[in-house]
Design a protein around this ligand. Structure first.
Ligand code: PLP
Ligand code: COI
Length: 370
């Protein structure tokens, strides 16, 4: 399928952020976006890269009322030579379609999604920042666009990809975050939507996260919805515990997202010959390990958050401090390895990287180190 390209005239393109040290996350958008429509009769049609601009949508479309929508999150990294790397993009395309099936939405052929990402970055390559710790965040998403107020799956959809330069997801950067174990609310239950990237999971988390932030924490760590004792994941990342020398992470058994960073951490640990277990783990096991001096490290892993050390866990009115305000040794090693691979500083033994190759039409801006 050919993508039609409607570039913004050079004179109308928006200025790039001058100061890359305070990009934050998700506040700035590049000049272009990708759109493609789907109807039950015709399937996918009109793949287009055009200006990033407001959408015109009827107030009655199904996504506004019943939340039929899914998304992905991935990044493009500027290397020190100025080229641009993508990381395990095939996995995002695959997971997008797992989400699509669960939400009864049409799958997007992975080759179209990857071609669209490539075309979009080709046109907006100057938006890929080059300062240390920055990247271009890529957000593919799909919404149900049939105007109808009855409850059913839509017969029309819009698939879009927007991008924008980002820095650290958390204000703390790579400094340890404070996490509150959520005792009052649940994010996802068995048979529900927890394993897929759909808005409902994030909507379910908002109040708990607001309350945690009001109490001085960065995010919440979810417990399982049935027994409220097994640890699940954090709002925007999977969670790892290093106990007595072993790394443990909850399984992806239907209520948590199968993170691509999580999978990469497990693969790296296996490659290094270090012990890593995917198994259910209770909050009591973690607090007991802390009491016994065996809770070596806790950290989260996600695309936006990268590797995020946890410096404090709070549960049942008690705080459990970790790492004396510093990242643990293993979190640091995993962080260095992952970003080393992503920014092309370290070898890529697993073939996780795709270095984008463009026509010569638009200049690649000169880059400082990634
Ligand atoms: N868990 C949740 C709820 C997330 O939103 C994310 C981020 O995408 C993750 C885990 C980590 O997944 P990934 O490493 O694929 O970004
Ligand atoms: C990501 O890490 O890419 C996500 O999609 C999480 C989101 C809450 C920012």
């Amino acid at each position: 399928m050919e993508i039609s390209i409607n570039p913004v005239p050079k004179s109308d393109r928006r200025p790039k952020p001058r100061n890359e040290s305070n990009l934050g996350f998700g506040k700035i958008y590049s000049d272009h976006m990708f759109t493609m429509e789907w109807t039950a009769d015709e399937g996918w049609r009109n793949p287009t890269i055009g200006p990033y601009e407001p959408l015109q949508l009827e107030p009655s479309i199904l996504v506004f009322h019943y939340g039929q929508t899914i998304f992905e999150g991935l990044k493009a990294y500027r290397t020190s030579s100025g080229s641009i790397n993508l990381f395990r993009t095939d996995k995002n395309a695959e997971r997008f379609n797992i989400s699509a099936r669960r939400l009864d939405m049409p799958e997007v052929p992975p080759e179209i999604m990857l071609k669209a990402i490539h075309g979009l970055i080709e046109l907006d390559r100057e938006w890929v920042p080059s300062s240390s710790g920055t990247s271009l965040y890529i957000r593919p998403f799909m919404i149900a666009t049939e105007p109808y107020l009855g409850l059913k799956s839509s017969s029309r959809y819009l698939f879009l990809i927007i991008t924008g330069p980002v820095g650290a997801y958390y204000p703390e950067g790579f400094n340890p975050v404070k996490i509150q174990v959520c005792e009052q609310y649940s994010r996802a239950g068995p048979g529900g939507l927890g394993a897929v990237k759909t808005a409902a999971n994030y909507a379910a988390s908002l109040l708990a996260e607001k309350e945690a932030i009001e109490n001085g924490f960065t995010q919440v760590l979810w417990l399982d919805a049935c027994e409220r004792k097994y640890l699940e994941e954090v709002g925007a990342m999977n969670i790892f515990f290093k106990i007595g020398g072993k790394l443990i992470t909850p399984p992806t058994s239907g209520t948590t997202l199968a993170g691509i960073t999580r999978d990469s951490v497990i693969r790296l640990m296996q490659d290094w010959g270090l012990p890593v277990e995917e198994r259910r783990i209770t909050i009591d096991e973690v607090t007991a390990a802390h009491a016994g001096g065996k809770l070596d490290e806790v950290f989260g892993a996600g695309t936006a958050a990268v590797i995020s050390p946890v410096g404090l866990l709070h549960y049942q009115n008690k705080s459990y401090a970790l790492g004396n305000g510093k990242a643990g040794e293993l979190a640091q090693r995993l962080f260095d390895e992952l970003i080393g691979i992503q920014y092309g500083i370290k070898p890529d033994p697993f073939n996780w990287i795709t270095t984008l190759k463009f026509g010569a039409a638009e200049p690649i801006p000169s880059a400082s180190t990634g």
